[in-house]
Ligand binder design. Sequence first.
Ligand code: FEO
Length: 393
Amino acid sequence: MPKKIVDGIYYVGSRHWDRRLFDELIPLPDGTTYNAYVVKGSEKIVLIDTVDPSKTRELLENLNELHFDRIDYIISNHAEQDHSGSIPALLEKYPMAKVVTNAKCKGFLKDLLLIEDEKFIVINDGDTLSLGNKTLEFILAPWVHWPETMFTYLQEDKILFSCDFLGSHLATSKLFVSEEPEVYEAAKRYYAEIMMPFRSMIKNHLKKLENYDIKIVAPSHGPVYEKPEFIINAYRDWISDEVKNEVVLIYVSMHDSTKVIAEHLIKKIEEKGIVVKPFNLTVSDIGEIAMALVDAATVILASPTVLTGLHPYAANAAFIMNALRPKTKFVGFVGSYGWGSKVIDQTKQLLNNLKAEFLEPILIKGYPKEHDFEELDKFVEILYEKHNKLGVL
Ligand code: FEO
């Protein structure tokens, strides 16, 4: 069912209540939505983005309920298929419609969806499109989170259609944000999972958006923001260089040695007044870990040695962390081995994207003994001093 945002502007997207995995990788504990919007001007009718191909029928039904005889333009802010995947079906239903997007996005849409060249109108940064009494302005915003991403700004109503940017994977009946803490959590998870690697680009985009009077933010996932400062301020915090007095301790254990190490560290770190967020990789949601990485001053990876290397779960976590590039200032490694190990070199190599200081690692032979616990205590002392010097205590 279409939902009115303001006069002439409707939500026509779809909720995917029971989707639990995105890209076969990212957990979706709250499902998601694929947001598409209609803007009806006095002369032209526009659809801003479409929906995931699995929900095309719902989008078409929503459009039918609005009783338009045509769609003039389909704006594509982002080529990923959860927003573009229904464009071919839309072009079939509305053969006169043109796909309006930037050159890079056009290339992706041709590659991914085999849309013909003549269907496109290519725009550049700052270009406008008149719908009669309404004007759309296009703002190129690469790397949130693909190179072709862009925003569309509706000048008269001061609405920013922000594609994935500022969005949240949260299926809800509510069109607008009503429970800010709930949306904050989902939006932070979303930021952590796909936006965090592009922190410096996002800084530039937020700066650019300061030139726009934004009354409503209509993202491509999750509810619409009637108070945009809520999510814009949250993003400002997440992308800032500031970190919190927190340690994310990511661990996996096979025969308890690493578990005992992790538990000792948790106790000692807490005693120092530092917040510790432990994640046992056998039971942890990778999205929760990503969220914790947004703010933490320190990350510690703890792993046993398997065939001279990291436990595969730990290697996977290090790989993901390296890809997400959190702003963490310190990285530590602790672990155990039986007869031989290359885990320290492997960890350093796997985390080579991080601009963090690598603390002196600790590798313990077998079950930790008294002198090992003393080493761990020293490790925590050093960590405490590092946080102190950073001014986060
Ligand atoms: Fe929601 Fe990058 O697609």
